[in-house]
Design a binder for this molecule. Structure first.
Ligand code: CTP
Length: 211
């Protein structure tokens, strides 16, 4: 096994449908050698900070992420070495003590709001995607998800959206669209875009097997 894995970056605003796009690509390769890495799992460890400090963190700023560790892990996977992926707990705003052992695979999908922001990460990618969904749909999805899955109240989601998520989106996330090879409108419902991506990944895999 010596061909270099294919690395795909999937960026887009919070609630844009990155997870659906990633999952649709992943499912198309089911049974093949593919893995997903969520940038969210690489939020900096805050276990040393008290809860009130963790609540003040700006989770939509590039500095919130431990990209050094993420890059180290991708480089290891590219060398066909296994990694111990961190696990993030949104309810307590920090890394959990457990890790997930991940074996190297032929296709690596990296997903996250700011995955295209760091040039070092972009340089590791073969394909860069940006999922482009209107802000009204994104806030509705985020509201429903954060209340159901991340243990938040409606007031706290709205307050965070207006004061942090929206301004950070405009300042840091939206501008990364310019780095995308492909912009996918409407996330996981866009079957044409997903089929095109799957075909492209297959083509790269076939080419790489001859390198
Ligand atoms: N976040 C948070 N609290 C934390 C850590 C992160 O509220 N302790 C939020 C950040 O504000 C950021 C969001 O998590 O905006 C990133 O996740 P998001 O992109 O919304 O979720 P995905 O499921 O990865 O993406 P999508 O909705 O596009 O599928």
């Amino acid at each position: 096994m010596d061909r270099k894995p294919v690395v795909i970056g999937v960026a887009g605003g919070s609630g844009s449908g990155k997870t659906s796009v990633t999952k649709a690509i992943y499912d198309s390769f089911k049974g093949h050698s593919i893995l997903m890495i969520e940038q969210d799992y690489y939020y900096k460890d805050q276990s040393h900070l008290p809860m009130e400090e963790r609540l003040k963190t700006n989770y939509d700023h590039p500095l919130a992420f431990d990209n050094d560790l993420l890059i180290e892990h991708i480089q290891k996977l590219l060398r066909h070495e296994a990694i111990d992926k961190p696990v993030y707990d949104y309810a307590v705003h920090t890394r959990s003590s457990e890790v997930v052992h991940v074996e190297p695979k032929d296709v690596i999908i990296l997903e996250g709001i700011l995955i295209l922001e760091d040039e070092r990460l972009r340089n590791l990618m073969d394909i860069k995607l940006y999922v482009d969904t209107d802000a009204d749909l994104r806030i509705i999805r985020r509201l429903l998800r954060d209340i159901k899955e991340r243990g938040r109240s409606m007031d706290s989601v709205i307050e965070q959206y207006v004061n942090v998520v929206r301004p950070m989106h405009n300042q840091f996330i939206e501008p990364t669209k310019r780095y995308a090879d492909v912009i996918i409108p409407e996330g996981g419902h866009n079957h044409v875009a997903i089929d095109l991506m799957v075909t492209k990944i297959q083509t790269i895999l076939e080419q790489k097997s001859f390198l």
